[in-house]
Design a protein around this ligand. Structure first.
Ligand code: PLP
Length: 369
């Protein structure tokens, strides 16, 4: 039987046509198409500003720089996330302060943050793990009380909304998204910064374009007067072209991803050896289907059994505190350490059929019975 990948991107004739029009236009670095993609993304998330950059990691870094985070500062980040979250903090010269997660949302545990706040703490970086957010009302109150900024890593959360209807990433000071190939929509590589704050927006535009003053860019005499140190994190029209075609498919993909999660859940939640994190599909779009397996040994057994049947899965990220650059004792992060060793992502490509999901579910159920 043909191999079932854990996740694969899905592009078609729409992307081809968009790309072709870029080649014909002669404009390759960000221009009209990039502005259109940013506009579509801002509209979808209902944000005032959306700024496209080279990757989600670059977006996280730029957002931190734009709000003035740097050497000597501390930023609180959850222990269960992709390594890009703490790395982006390191890149600015600030120190990531790792905190354990809560079992029900897999997001950072607000109760455990309190004692980590010092006078160096400048920001918190919540990560919306698989589209589920922590209680943002409590987190925002906490941030306000302690004078901290919220830089939200919403890379898993395209198509996920809070109770009040606002898109994830949009009620923090800055929200970050990624369009790398496993994400719900992709531009090959790419990231987006959203904010409602004009100052942060202007700062991001300047930083992504060699530190140019965004108001003087059009003036050839002043375009090379760099008042701050900036970088080159500009988007390309190729990425934007693919992004425009992809974002037009987003509504349909959100429905698909929810259906997929629901079908797996219906078929696998009967066994007490597998847990699903509570997920309200009216609001949340899981980018991949995640399950928590009773033990690490059983996870291994399931992975191997599926592999023998040519089906690929992906284990959860390792806890950040177990990685060499961030090494700390396991005792401080019991929940994250536990979840990381038992979490598994099942095949979740947009092209996956119901039959395939039933086949995979049956293989797992039969193994457990
Ligand atoms: C994908 C992802 C990133 C990084 O995005 P890139 O576009 O790959 O740089 C950061 N954080 C999380 C949680 C992600 O899933």
């Amino acid at each position: 039987m043909k191999k079932i990948n854990q996740i694969e991107p899905s592009l078609g004739i729409e992307e081809q046509n968009e790309l072709f029009s870029v080649i014909e236009s002669g404009w390759f670095t960000e221009a009209k198409k990039t502005r259109e993609f940013e506009k579509l993304f801002a509209e979808f998330t209902n944000s005032k500003y959306a700024i496209a950059v080279t990757s989600g990691t670059a977006a996280l870094y730029l957002a931190l720089k734009a709000v003035g985070i740097g050497s000597g500062d501390e930023v609180i980040v959850p222990d269960l996330t992709f390594v890009a979250s703490p790395n982006s903090i390191e890149m600015t010269g600030a120190t990531p302060i790792i905190v354990d997660i809560e079992r029900d949302s897999l997001n950072l545990d607000i109760k455990k943050i309190q004692k980590l706040v010092t006078k160096r703490t400048k920001a918190i970086m919540p990560v919306d793990f698989n589209g589920r957010s922590t209680n943002m009302k409590i987190l925002k109150e906490f941030a306000k009380k302690n004078n901290l900024l919220l830089i939200e890593d919403a890379c898993h959360a395209i198509g996920s909304f809070h109770n009040n209807g606002s898109h994830m990433g949009t009620i923090s000071n800055v929200g970050i998204f990624s369009f790398s190939t496993p994400k719900i929509i992709t531009t090959g590589q790419g990231g987006m910064i959203v904010t409602n704050n004009k100052k942060i927006h202007d700062q991001c535009l300047s930083l992504k374009d060699f530190g140019r003053d965004i108001n003087k860019k059009q003036n050839m005499l002043k375009a090379f007067q760099h008042d701050t140190i900036g970088y080159n994190f500009k988007f390309t029209e190729f990425q934007a072209a693919v992004g425009i075609a992809q974002i037009k498919k987003l509504k349909h993909r959100i429905i698909q991803k929810k259906k997929m999660f629901n079908l797996y859940r219906e078929n696998l939640s009967k066994t007490d050896q597998i847990d699903f994190i509570e997920t309200d599909l009216n609001k949340i779009t899981p980018w991949m289907v995640d399950i928590i397996i009773k033990t690490k040994q059983l996870r291994k057994k399931i992975i191997n059994h599926l592999k023998e049947n040519n089906i690929e899965t992906r284990i959860f990220y390792p806890s950040i505190h177990t990685l060499k650059p961030y090494k700390k004792s396991n005792n401080t992060f019991p929940i994250s350490y536990d979840i990381s060793s038992k979490g598994l992502w099942l095949p979740s490509s947009i092209s996956l059929t119901d039959e395939q999901i039933l086949h995979i579910s049956k293989l797992i159920s039969n193994l457990l019975n």
